[in-house]
Each structure stands twice: as C-alpha cells, then as structure tokens.
Design a protein around this ligand. Structure first.
Ligand SMILES: [Mg+2]
Length: 322
C-alpha cells in the first residue's frame, strides 16, 4: 500500500513527481489502442531510466515561467515553451506546438499564434491539461482560481474553448485534491470540479464516471470515456484512473496506461492527481530513482509552494491577479 499522508510540501512534490512518473511510464505505450496490464507491470518493475516527454518538459516550463514572472505572462510562457522545444525537439511533441513556436519566431504575437491552428479554431488537444499541475498547486484549495489561471495558461497553445476547459478541469482537480482528505470520494471530487468545464463534452463524461463499475476492464472504460488526445476524452480518463485507485499512486498510474491511446498524457495527468492527493511518499523509491531530474522536480515544487505562500493563504479565494 503506498497511501501517503504528506503535508503540503509533500503533496506539491508528489504532484510534480507524479506527472513525470506517469509520463515516462506511459510513453512506451503511446498510441496503442489496448495495453496489457502485464506489460505495464513489467515496465513499472524494470530498472531502466524513466525518460520524460513533452508532458513533463512543458510542466517544468510552465512552472518556471510562473515563478520567473511571479504570475502569468503569456509572452514569457510562450517563449519558455519555445526555448525548451528548440533545445530538445525530440521529446515527443505533437504536431501543433512546433507550428506555434515557428509562428512566434516569425514574429506572430503569442496570443495570436495559438489561434492560427486548425483553421483558426485553435486546438482542443490535451496539451494544456497535461502541463497544468503547477497551476492547481499554487491555487490549492481554490478550484475556481485554479480553473481561471489554467484557462489563461492554456491560451498560449490551445485556443479552442474545449482545450481551455480541459486545462481548467485538471487544474481544479489538482487544487481540490491537495487540500482534500485522502482518499477522497468520487462524488465530492466531481462536485468540486464540475463547474470548471461546463461544455457538454465534459459534463457527459463526468456523469459517466459515476456509472462506471469498479470491475469494468480498461478497454470498456476507454470505449466509454475515450482515450484520445482530445482534452474532453483524456482528462476524464485520468480522473477515472485516479478514482479507480484513490489510495495508490502506482496502481492509479498503471491503470491509466492500460486505458491505451494517449497513454503518456493520461498517465501524467493521473500521476498529478494522485501525487497531489497522496504526496511524494506515494511515489515508490524504485520509480523515483529511475526518474530523470527528480531533484529538479522537487526543487521546483518547493519553489512553487514558497511563492504561493507569499500571495495567498489556505483560505484565499479568487486570485485572478495571478
Ligand atoms: Mg508526451
């Protein structure tokens, strides 16, 4: 049993370690329609390094930008993402972000570049929710504030309303779970975050979460919620994976990978939720020692906590200025 009851600092660290662990554990299976649980277990017990992909890299970039600017600065965040991509373009980025980064280099303003994708509608992929855990952390206990800031950070790359709502939903869930008593109930979590994503695509799947029996196999869950790159599929899938095993980060993350599809991102988001709820002690030592730059993730988590304490208290609401 890896249930953790860490304090605030441990939960901040747990969320970022959870993102990285889920990302790296899911990465080898990305794109497979179906993943055998035995394959995931074998990879979880292996001793090879756990390499991050764009999910963790952009989470790090988002956190660094928030800290550097002491809040959201779209131009700075866009430049940070673009610099990180230029340094390591082989980290598994999707097709959209590199086009945005090219537009930025060509002089297109940051708040116009993302709107240029998909015929002017913007992306509703899961690139914004996959990186948004730091927003939920600094707004812990304040899902509404987390959702508002998440929407702003999403607009850097995901201008479509469904992309923004996906980020808002994931950030609100992290924010609520950091301050929740572990393990939380499904109904209380869903009630706390439902307002963050009012679109029918999300509301239908949040309703569906309540009707998924504990015994459903992964492929049936994936058929019900979806496991694709669309934010409205993968964010609810991550919520499901966490709620299937709310007391165990390892089991939640491994279950997320068995859902198939966009496995690294679904597992990264599941890891964020489980880490926020259970803390860093829920990340097994065997995983932590395999993780790339685990120390750096923990230092960033500590810096986020220190910064959030300078402008808010646990009872703060709002926080639109951030
Ligand atoms: Mg990835």
């Amino acid at each position: 049993m890896d249930t953790g009851t860490d304090g605030l600092g441990g939960r901040f660290r747990g969320a970022l370690l959870g993102v990285a662990a889920g990302d790296a554990l899911g990465a080898p299976f990305e794109g497979r329609p179906r993943v055998e649980p035995a394959s995931v277990d074998a990879w979880a017990r292996a001793d090879q390094p756990l390499r991050r992909t764009d999910d963790t890299l952009m989470t790090l970039g988002l956190a660094r930008s928030l800290l550097a600017c002491r809040g959201f600065d779209g131009a700075h965040m866009a430049a940070t993402f673009a610099e990180d991509h230029a340094a390591q373009p082989w980290r598994g980025y999707g097709a959209g972000p590199p086009r945005i980064f090219a537009a930025l280099r060509a002089g297109v303003p940051w708040d116009e570049a993302a709107r240029g994708l998909f015929g002017g509608g913007g992306s509703f992929g899961n690139g914004a929710p996959m990186r948004v855990a730091p927003v939920g952390l600094v707004h812990h206990g304040d899902p509404g504030g987390a959702a508002r800031l998440a929407g702003r950070t999403a607009s850097v790359t995901h201008a479509h309303e469904l992309g923004r709502q996906g980020a808002a939903l994931q950030a609100a869930a992290v924010a609520w779970l950091v301050d929740a008593t572990a393990p939380p109930s499904r109904d209380r979590l869903v009630d706390a975050v439902r307002a963050a994503a009012p679109a029918q695509e999300f509301q239908d799947r949040l309703d569906a979460l309540e009707g998924i029996p504990p015994g459903w196999p992964p492929e049936r869950v994936a058929a019900r919620l979806g496991n694709g790159i669309e934010a409205f599929q993968s964010v609810p899938a991550a919520l499901h994976a966490f709620l299937r095993h709310p007391g165990s980060l390892t089991r939640a993350v491994c279950h997320a990978v068995t859902l198939g599809g966009d496995t690294d991102t679904i597992a990264a988001m599941t890891g964020a939720l489980a880490g926020a709820a259970l803390g860093a002690t829920a990340v097994p030592g065997s995983w932590r020692s395999r993780l790339e730059d685990a120390d750096r993730l923990e230092h960033l988590a500590d810096d986020l906590l220190a910064w959030s304490r300078t402008w808010r208290s646990p009872t703060t609401t709002g926080g639109d200025q951030r």
